[in-house]
Design a protein around this ligand. Structure first.
Ligand code: FES
Length: 176
């Protein structure tokens, strides 16, 4: 019997709200699917669209970005900026033939552990219906024994890369 498709979802969570909410879900023993591998960032505003594209290129089936509620960002407007960037990135994904539902932004506070569980369940159900990422089909990460491990390794690589990456503003290009 064929194994049920288990989506590999990269979660990029703000340290102050959703990461703490996900932690609360764990300490409260809230049950939810284990499909999300988490990277913690200080604010969703520091998420570059290239992280999302790289995640898909390395075999993620979906990317879930979650941070403070609008108005609660610890850096004032980081989540506003993230929301705008994600809307644009979804359009970009569509251009590449990737269903924009594979990229989602949610707002979960540190006290909303139960909500985090619901967000993950909802995302996993959506991605199960969509099936494996079309990028992934091309790179054949789901084919053959050991393929799941290959995808795991790739996501772990992204996590290591992002965790060790310093946040630096891109230099302003002066016009000649
Ligand atoms: S500090 Fe949480 S989204 Fe900005």
């Amino acid at each position: 019997m064929a194994e049920e498709f288990e989506p590999k979802i990269l979660g990029i969570l703000c340290n102050w709200c959703t990461y703490a909410g996900a932690d609360l879900a764990g300490t409260s023993r809230i049950q939810y699917p284990p499909n999300v591998r988490v990277i913690r960032v200080m604010c969703t505003g520091r998420i570059d669209p290239s992280y999302v594209m790289e995640a898909f290129s390395l075999g993620a089936d979906a990317v879930l970005i979650s941070g403070c509620h609008i108005g609660d960002c610890h850096y004032i407007a980081g989540n506003f900026k993230a929301r705008r960037r994600i809307a644009l990135t979804r359009k970009l994904l569509q251009e590449y033939g990737i269903d924009p539902r594979r990229l989602k932004m949610t707002f979960v506070s540190a006290s909303e552990g139960a909500l985090w569980g619901e967000v993950v369940k909802d995302m996993v159900n959506t991605i199960k219906k969509l099936g494996p990422s079309p990028v992934q089909k091309k790179s054949d990460l789901h084919a053959g024994p050991g393929a799941a491990h290959a995808a795991d390794d790739d996501l772990a690589e992204i996590a290591k890369f992002s965790a060790g990456k310093k946040l630096e503003a891109a230099p302003i290009q002066k016009k000649a």
